[in-house]
Design a protein around this ligand. Structure first.
Ligand code: FES
Length: 79
């Protein structure tokens, strides 16, 4: 089990390695905007703490070995 911390609101939830990020977010009461759900439209982009590049939440899962896992939600007014 891994602690996932959603920023900027600092919502913490426990998740299993390999669990889809969208599912973890939904359980935490967080809605990540989505579009295609296939990794193409990038509506669901989030930042993983410590990673330079944003990832598409719809095709990402909780990774092994990062605990706590910090997820930075974009507040992008264009979406
Ligand atoms: S919803 Fe389109 S890339 Fe994730």
């Amino acid at each position: 089990m891994i602690t996932v911390q959603f920023m900027p609101d600092n919502v913490t939830v426990i998740a299993e390695v390999g669990e889809p990020l969208l599912k973890v977010a939904a359980r935490a009461g967080i809605t990540i905007p989505t579009g295609c759900l296939m990794g193409s439209c990038h509506a669901c982009e989030v930042e993983v703490e410590g990673d330079a590049d944003p990832i598409c939440a719809c095709i990402s899962a909780v990774p092994v070995g990062v605990d706590p896992l910090g997820i930075n939600l974009y507040v992008d007014p264009t979406w």
